[in-house]
Design a protein around this ligand. Sequence first.
Ligand code: ADP
Ligand code: ADP
Length: 234
Amino acid sequence: MDAVQISELSHRYGRTVALNGISVTVPRGVTALLGPNGAGKSTLLNLLSTAYPIQDGEVVVHGFRMTATPRLLSWQAARKTARLRRRIGLLPQNFTFHPRFTVAETLEYAAWLRKYRRPDLRARIHEVLELVDLAGTGARRLRELSGGMLRRVGIAQAIVHEPDLILLDEPANGLDPEQRVRLRQVIKALPDTMTVLVSTHLVEDVAALAARAVVLKDGRVIFTGEVPELVALA
Ligand code: ADP
Ligand code: ADP
């Protein structure tokens, strides 16, 4: 069974239809989420991350089902959402954190927010910093870091609690070519038990990063499949 199953998912902002009943499945590994500005990529990531409540349709993430919930049941929905949130890690498009926090404190806080409790959290943080190519930087303050390093801290906070689903919203945006390459290497090296969905508008990201792609346009899925098929279409 596919790791993430999206069925008939719709989302509106007032009269704007941002997602128009999309159905798509995403397997484990890295999948690129593509599409022009306004296609609905951020909306989809925000729905999958539980940042936005589902208005219509259904999402199943590694066996956890999310559907639109009537307001009266919202306390139950909130508990369910909290459980699901622990299975998910998000790097938002404009990731920022307290500049005076150290890298290690940032990751401790991210773990605490997701109720990820383990006695050897320091060891987990050490392991995560190695995964994102930031070994030895735990005691540095965020304000001292370069843009590329900060972005990798963003990846680290998205994976520190060992989530099943990682959502990266335009992670390479604004980085120079060298830092983009470094970031891609980090994303490609993530454990293959995870489902990683990476939104991007950079064509070179797709072939370098992902085995599969989902292309959105005007709130609909216009392509889903292997990256080579997509490249052949273009
Ligand atoms: P993408 O990430 O692909 O650029 P978005 O999900 O941000 O697409 O946007 C999809 C559509 O929803 C666009 O028409 C956009 O203008 C609209 N939209 C996105 N966020 C909001 C919002 N907070 N309020 C109103 N409209 C929005
Ligand atoms: P190490 O190889 O010692 O594990 P890392 O940089 O990979 O070093 O991560 C741990 C580092 O972060 C250690 O130097 C440790 O002193 C520092 N550190 C760990 N937790 C915190 C914290 N909450 N605040 C400041 N520094 C911390």
